[in-house]
Design a binder for this molecule. Sequence first.
Ligand code: PLP
Length: 343
Amino acid sequence: MRPLDLRSDTVTRPSAEMRRAMAEAEVGDDVYGEDPTVQRLEARVAEMLGKEAALFTSSGTMANQLAIGLHCRPGDEVIAEAGSHCLNFESGAMAALWGVQARTVAGDRGLFDAEDVTRLVRPIADVYPRSRLLCVENTHNRGGGTVWPLDRYTRVVEAGRRAGLAVHLDGVRLFNAQVASGVPARRYAELADTVSICFSKGLGAPVGSALCGPRELIRQARVLRKRLGGGMRQVGILAAAALWALEHNIDRLVEDHRSARCLAEILAELPGVRCDVERVETNMVFAEFPEPASEACAKLASIGILANPEGSTPRMVRMVTHLDAPLEAIEAAAPKLRECWRH
Ligand SMILES: *Cc1c(COP(=O)(O)O)cnc(C)c1O
């Protein structure tokens, strides 16, 4: 039997219908700007997020890093939450590619306040790095899939603007935020200069993300993407999967959120396991096990559940629900979990 793979929402496989859309995609050479399916995708994403233009990229990392490269010059500083993806899980890219350094905010589950931004912006003087960019992540991965309440997000973004910063929204899971909060993705997107979204997380496409923003900035992003080796040719095959995902897999994210809640409720009942059900806002579940996280993950694997240590504390395990981890599979796993962690 295939294990219940809760390591990430990236592990989904394209459905038969998605594969059909890919097989039938009209394609051309996108480096020449001749792939009609990519063009349709980019236009659709821009429209959905209320932005002038969008660019298809190979990954969320590439979309985020293009944004940082566009907004910053070497020696500049990015203000971002300490656990944010662009600092912790992108292989040191902002330093390696752009010569940019980070100034971190210690957030509460990834969220912070306008005052934090104001406090961290540098005065303009020869000795200081130039504060250039504010990055906000919604939902916040390391925070546990946290959704930014729109008013708090707005105040943070406005504080950045008042200080003359550009704003990038890492919205790789922005549609999870939309579905959980009822705030349309474009309401979050319109306040930021650039926004990245991802098709290969909860939306279930095999590959791809997009960077959206003003037309001129996205034109420059296209140049940077090529420079990084990210110009792709008949990539409409992948864009077709992304289009299919946007069409069919956004509203169903509510099911992933329901599954995550259900999983959290099961875990919270296990003796010695700590899981705060109220903190499960989207598709992520963090649970503290009685044993070290690597041991807990090995025990989980022995009953057919794959999960990863989360890393913030020694016993914390992260589980992520998705399209290929339906509620029935989670409910079916409950007796095995109870057997494994009984008194
Ligand atoms: C996964 C992720 C990314 C980047 O994803 P890729 O794996 O490079 O596609 C960016 N931001 C957040 C918050 C993520 O969770």
